[in-house]
Structures are given as structure tokens and as C-alpha cells.
Design a protein around this ligand. Structure first.
Ligand SMILES: [Zn+2]
Length: 442
């Protein structure tokens, strides 16, 4: 193009050049160089990671529900790489093989495990893309740093029987993440034995949390929650947990560049039965990443890409040692996760029931699938002025006309039953023929 480049295009071109330069600066060994500005680098690291997520996206895994067979078939081409080693490390209750994938020859040992809760698949998707990057991205400086600095063991989809049904528990109905002490399940025993054989310096405990979790008391929906778990009831800090906090701070900064205001801190009460907490007790600096939900991301594909970018960024920071320069406050100042919100609050309207004058009533709604926001159901009706919801619809001056399918009739009364499908027409007036403003459900 010979004409003057439009400004927007120039900015994009400049941005595309930035990461390589900044990554070199961030990568540690800069003789005589001052510590680079963390803000600039975090942004560049994230941008580079997102480009990797896009370029090495494993298309065969396109939705958050997939089976053990789907998963291992999708990543098989990557696992053919001579730089990735696959080992069988046990079997699930129903006999599905549990496998680790190992990459790198470096001195620092990192263990990542995903989907010990079968319906928490975001990180498994991200690991599929990371395997493809590690297999195909030869020559990429990031891959070289990871290869030379780290030995990484991945244990994806630790609970394949739960994944088959997209349920939290394993095939015995046991929550594998409450079995780290007793080790009654083969899945928990497999993770424990991998840990004992490998002695990782760092651990990544990869989960998904409920979509109704907010950042702080009344903040936005949590896209990500992070934790450097406690190793005792007093929630003490030792060198290992302090290292984990620096990794969590690195992650907080990376995610914060993409989803500011949507990153929270997970409750750090010590859990005597949970793997993250016990890994920390066993001497591994462990971080928990909980993928929540983002508006318009019903299949968690944006969260998947953000996981790819943030996990690679954190691994790079561990490989180069740059995580030591992270500010613990970037983690500590995150507001805590808060639960209990409704998905949608229709606030300030008047409810129109057959044969009754309209009456003031707010309506709270929860979705059956809170991530995809489908299957609206009535959660509460009445004075909900103090209720907290992820979304609020201001219905002041509006009349709420429930569809007859949403109404219960008994003993001469007609009402909007809690738990009923929320099929509501919001209209300008009390008359059912008045102008429709919006329809909620089905
Ligand atoms: Zn979980």
C-alpha cells in the first residue's frame, strides 16, 4: 500500500511489533537493563498469548462438553511430537486411562491438572491448544524458554467419567477434590502418585466456578478467580505460599488486562480434603485458577483463549524467574468472590395477574444454564430492592405480563410460582394488547 496508512491500521501494525520487543525485555537476562514496566509487559505477554491461542486453536474441541475419547483424539496429532511424552498414570473408576503429557528439560518442575470436576472443562480446552503450540511452535522464543527452563507435566481431564456426564463428581459420586486426604478414588490416587514421583516446584489447579459468582459484594460477574491456597488453618505464609502468591499476582495482572473488574480472589480458608491446599502443604507452590463466566461467552471460548494466554504467561514468568518481580498486592487487592446473585432482576415494574389490579413486584430470574443464559426460571417475586443480580432490567413504569404457561392456578388464585419457567412479556400498559417492550424467555 503506497497511500498514507490510516491511523487505525498504523496503530495495529505498531501493536503487532511490540510484543516480540517487549518479550525480549521481559524475558529476564537484560544486561544492565532496568526492570521493564510491568504494565507494558503484561499487556504484551497477554497479546502474544492470545495470538498463540488463536493460531494453535484445536478446532476439534469446539464446545465445553466433550468426552475423554473426543479429547484424546483431538490432541493426538500434537502428542505425536517428539517433544511431548505421554504416560499412562492410572485409570478412572470406569477404566478410562489417565495420562500425563510432559514437555521440557529444564530444572524447574511444574505440574498442571485440569477437570478433576467433570463439568469444569475450560482449562482442558486451553491445554489442548497449549499442547498444539508446544508441538508445532518450534522456533518460537517463548516455547524455547519453556522447554529450556521448565519440565512441565500436564494431567488433563483427571475425572473422565464425570466429564462423560458433564457432572462434578466421579463415577462413585465422590468429589475428587474432597478426596486428597483419604485417597479413596483412583483419580485422586493418580494425581497423588504423579505428585510424589515428580515433586513439582509449582502447581496449577485448574477449575471452573459457578457463573453466579461476583467480584466483591456487588461487583461484576467473576470471569476468573485466583487463589494461592493456605496450607494450615491459620492461613500462614511460608516461602512456598509466598511464591505461589507471586505467580497468582502475575496471573492477576495478565487476566486484568483483558477483563478488568472481572477478576476475583477465591476464599482462602484451609480445606483439609482439597488438592490445592494439600499440594501447598506438600511443598508445591500452588495456584488455583477458577474460570467463571463472561457475558456473551456461552461456550467459554473466550475464557479458553484467556486461559491459554495467562497460563503460558505464568509459565514463562516461572521459566525466566520474572515472577519474583510481581507485586503481591496485584493478588491481595483483588476483591473476594461473592456468591448468591440472581442472574437477572426485573426491577421496578408492576405485575399483571388475571382478574387482579396490577401490583408492584420485582421479579428475580435464574437461568438453568447460567453460562449460556438459557432456560429462564422464576427465582423470587416481590420487594427485591435489596437483591443483587448480575444483570438488572429497569422496568419502572413497565407492566409484567406472565404468559399463562408461567402461571399456577389453585384455589381460585393465580400466581407466578417460584421455579416456574419465566415467560414474561414486558408491556407499556396493564392491557395485554399494549405495546410490547421486551419478552423474557422461554
Ligand atoms: Zn472445581
Amino acid at each position: 500500500m503506497t497511500q498514507a496508512t490510516p491511523r487505525s491500521r498504523r496503530v495495529l501494525a505498531a501493536a503487532a511489533l511490540l510484543p516480540a520487543v517487549l518479550l525480549a525485555a521481559c524475558g529476564g537476562a537484560r544486561p544492565g537493563g532496568a526492570a521493564p514496566d510491568a504494565g507494558c509487559c503484561g499487556q504484551a505477554v497477554l497479546a502474544n498469548g492470545l495470538r498463540i491461542a488463536e493460531r494453535y486453536h484445536v478446532g476439534a474441541i469446539g464446545s465445553r462438553r466433550f468426552t475423554h475419547a473426543d479429547y484424546w483424539a483431538a490432541i493426538a496429532p500434537s502428542l505425536a511430537s517428539a517433544d511431548l511424552r505421554t504416560d499412562a498414570v492410572g485409570r478412572s473408576m470406569l477404566g478410562r486411562e489417565l495420562r500425563t503429557v510432559t514437555f521440557g528439560t529444564g530444572p524447574v518442575r511444574v505440574l498442571l491438572w485440569s477437570q478433576m470436576h467433570g463439568d469444569e472443562s475450560t482449562a482442558s480446552m486451553a491445554l489442548a491448544d497449549i499442547f498444539r503450540f508446544l508441538a508445532e511452535g518450534t522456533g518460537d522464543p517463548l516455547r524455547t524458554r519453556l522447554h529450556d527452563g521448565l519440565t512441565v507435566v500436564f494431567l488433563p481431564m483427571l475425572n473422565p467419567d464425570g466429564a462423560e456426564l458433564f457432572q462434578r463428581e466421579n463415577a462413585a459420586g465422590i468429589d475428587v477434590n474432597r478426596d486428597a486426604r483419604r485417597l479413596a478414588t483412583p483419580e485422586a490416587r493418580a494425581l497423588k502418585s504423579v505428585h510424589e514421583g515428580f515433586h513439582p516446584d509449582f502447581g496449577f489447579n485448574l477449575h471452573d466456578q459457578g457463573a453466579r459468582t461476583r467480584v466483591g459484594a456487588a461487583g461484576l460477574q467473576s470471569g476468573i478467580a485466583l487463589l494461592a491456597p493456605a496450607y494450615d488453618d491459620a492461613r500462614s505464609w511460608n516461602a512456598s505460599r509466598a511464591r505461589a502468591r507471586l505467580v497468582a499476582a502475575t496471573l492477576a495482572e495478565l487476566f486484568g488486562h483483558a477483563i478488568a473488574g472481572r477478576v476475583a480472589k477465591y476464599d482462602d480458608t484451609f480445606n483439609h480434603r482439597a488438592f490445592g491446599d494439600l499440594m501447598e502443604q506438600w511443598g508445591t507452590s500452588t495456584v488455583l485458577i477458577e474460570s467463571g463466566a463472561l457475558p456473551g461467552d456461552g461456550d467459554k471460548q473466550r475464557l479458553r483463549a484467556l486461559n491459554v494466554a495467562a497460563i503460558l504467561g505464568a509459565l514463562d514468568a516461572i521459566a525466566t524467574g520474572s515472577y519474583r518481580k510481581a507485586d503481591p498486592a496485584a493478588y491481595e487487592r483483588l476483591p473476594y468472590n461473592t456468591s448468591g446473585a440472581s442472574d437477572l432482576l426485573v426491577s421496578g415494574g408492576s405485575l399483571v395477574l388475571p382478574g387482579q389490579p396490577p401490583l408492584r413486584a420485582d421479579v428475580a430470574i435464574n437461568y438453568e444454564d447460567a453460562v449460556a443464559r438459557t432456560g429462564a426460571r422464576i427465582r423470587d417475586v416481590g420487594d427485591l430492592a435489596d437483591a443483587v443480580a448480575l444483570d438488572t432490567l429497569d422496568a419502572a413504569g413497565i407492566f409484567i405480563h406472565p404468559d399463562s404457561s408461567a402461571l399456577t392456578r389453585r384455589n381460585g388464585g393465580t400466581w407466578l410460582r417460584i421455579g416456574a419457567r419465566a415467560v414474561l412479556d414486558l408491556r407499556r400498559g396493564p392491557d395485554s394488547a399494549s405495546a410490547l417492550v421486551r419478552r423474557i424467555g422461554p
